[in-house]
Design a protein around this ligand. Structure first.
Ligand code: SF4
Length: 230
């Protein structure tokens, strides 16, 4: 990416003063979190995008089907190398039917542009396809019930790298209770598919805590480095 253009994006992130610093640290040894593919995912593997979208829209596996406005299936390039995964739709996402919209979505777009990617080049999804009422955290049961859909999306997409944004997404994807601070700047692999996975902060958190944007920039550079190596 044109250095001047990247500088513009970093300015939008409030990261101008960090743009010229050193490279991300080298990849740490991979963790070995490898949950078995759930039966449901294995049974339903092979669905195409349209079929999968229909299955999600009709899903009643958990109680969220009774309270959502619409499905938030995911958006982006079906040939994307990057898969961005958050935890669940919020109120605005529920209204629009698209993940990461509003101010948090705009910041995510800026974060992606800072590493030379447009929103249209990546695929963006959540673990939960329906919104938990009141923006509460997903329950472990809800996350477990919905995760097979993400696994099917991954099977279709075959991404080179996953970027887990936020503690809830990272902990559910990696099946761990380790803090986000300790999961950052480590190379993980997701589940049965073993897709390389890097963790960073949720843009909604960064809007509340702009002082951590510098760490997010380190995470993004690390993820870019990982993607270039796989
Ligand atoms: S949140 Fe997921 S598991 Fe729950 S009803 Fe919706 S699609 Fe099904």
């Amino acid at each position: 990416m044109n250095p001047a253009l990247r500088q513009d994006y970093l300015s939008a992130l409030g990261l101008q003063s960090w743009a010229v610093r050193g490279e991300a640290r080298s990849a740490a040894p991979a963790t070995t979190l490898e949950p078995a593919m759930p039966e449901t995912a294995a049974r339903e593997a092979g669905a195409d995008w349209a079929t999968l979208r229909e299955r999600v829209a009709a899903c009643t596996r958990c109680a969220l089907c009774a309270t959502r406005t619409q499905t938030v299936f995911g958006v982006g390039n079906p040939q994307a190398e990057w898969l961005v995964v958050g935890e669940a739709p919020g109120a605005e996402e529920d209204r629009q039917g698209e993940p990461f919209v509003g101010r948090a979505g705009q910041l995510l777009n800026s974060m992606l542009r800072a590493i030379g990617l447009t929103r249209e080049q990546v695929y963006i999804a959540n673990i939960l396809k329906f919104r938990p009422p009141g923006n509460r955290d997903p329950s472990p049961t809800e996350a477990a019930e919905c995760l097979p859909y993400l696994e099917q999306q991954i099977a279709l997409l075959k991404p080179k790298i996953m970027l887990a944004v936020g503690r809830i997404a990272a902990q559910n994807l990696l099946r761990t209770e380790v803090t986000l601070g300790r999961l950052r700047l480590q190379l993980h692999h997701f589940g049965h598919s073993r897709v390389p996975l890097v963790v960073t902060y949720h843009p909604a958190y960064l809007l509340r805590t702009p002082g951590d944007k510098r760490k997010a920039w380190e995470d993004l550079k690390f993820a870019r480095e990982v993607c270039a190596r796989v």
